[in-house]
Design a protein around this ligand. Structure first.
Ligand SMILES: [Zn+2]
Length: 291
């Protein structure tokens, strides 16, 4: 997970350009929900899909949570879901009993009301892959504080102390300050405290450390960065090979690539602890099928 930086005014400009009048309509709908005290729009009338491409472009066609690269706009809209960070519908308690997961800290109660004032708020959106959005995200929204589902004031909403991270713009902390990678595995960057728990819950919530294809994709990236790093530091490599190696690293560290946080964490490690990096590269190789 990485941050996708954009100012509020630039995001609004991009939305207005994508679908003129959408923001005005969203404000009108939000006022109607405020009067009604609930989100009561029939399914067929939802219009957040009209601005899906704005988030796909901002996120470089990656899932906001698992950093998988999906297809781009021309063919890919079907693969991306508009994700409501805070659920518009009634909120379920997470973890559910069925998950058999126990934490020694509170994760928030269920709520009969969703965050109805945020159903049409552009700062409550991102695009996610179908796996992350359904079945993992559903209508869960674990928090450390008390639920505030009758507000669209983001300063006030911070008091909920959400566990899941919101990587669009600067409303929330940069995910890379909370989650780093040890080889293919995401881990909390902090040793303790709420920021540690945010990372732990986000990783558990989206199963970021156990989804097989995520691990394999990260393993491929680690191996390519490892080879490139070694070539770049090999004095006997020719100029062309070193150029190619530098390009491979630049691409892997760019937000355009999938699993950027993993690539950046591994590349940092190469510079700080080459022996540990070698061990992670060997682990990555063992994860991948050999034929
Ligand atoms: Zn995903």
């Amino acid at each position: 997970m990485i941050r996708y930086q954009i100012s509020r005014s630039k995001l609004e400009e991009a939305i207005e350009e994508e679908k003129p009048g959408w923001l005005e309509e969203a404000r009108r709908k939000t006022e109607a929900f405020r009067q009604a005290g609930e989100f009561n729009e029939p399914d067929g009338e939802n219009s957040w899909g009209d601005i899906k491409a704005v988030y796909m472009r901002l996120q470089k066609n990656k899932c906001i949570y698992c950093e998988r690269k999906l297809e781009s706009e021309q063919y890919g809209k079907i693969e991306h879901d508009v994700e409501h960070y805070r659920p518009k519908n009634p909120v379920k308690a997470w973890p559910s009993k069925k998950m058999k997961r126990v934490y020694d800290f509170p994760t928030g109660n269920a709520s009969a009301k969703g965050y109805y004032l945020l159903s049409y708020n552009q700062l409550n959106y991102a695009t996610a892959c179908k796996t992350c959005n359904t079945p993992l995200k559903l209508n869960y929204f674990p928090i450390a504080g008390s639920r505030i589902n009758d507000s669209d004031d983001f300063e006030r909403l911070k008091r909920e102390s959400p566990y899941l991270i919101y990587p669009v713009g600067d409303l929330d902390e940069n995910p890379e300050n909370l989650i780093t990678f040890e080889g293919v595995l995401p881990v909390p960057k902090m040793k303790r405290g709420h920021r540690h728990r945010r990372a732990r819950v986000t990783i558990d919530f989206f199963a970021l450390d156990i989804r097989e294809e995520l691990l394999k994709m990260r393993a491929r990236i680690i191996l390519s960065v490892w080879l490139a790093y070694k070539s770049l530091n090999n004095q006997s490599a020719d100029a062309e090979d070193r150029d190619t190696a530098q390009s491979i690293i630049n691409i892997a560290l760019s937000p355009e690539s999938d699993h950027t946080n993993c690539a950046r964490s591994f590349h940092n490690l190469c510079q700080q602890d080459i022996q540990r990096a070698r061990e992670y590269a060997e682990q990555a190789r063992r994860i991948l099928p050999t034929e």
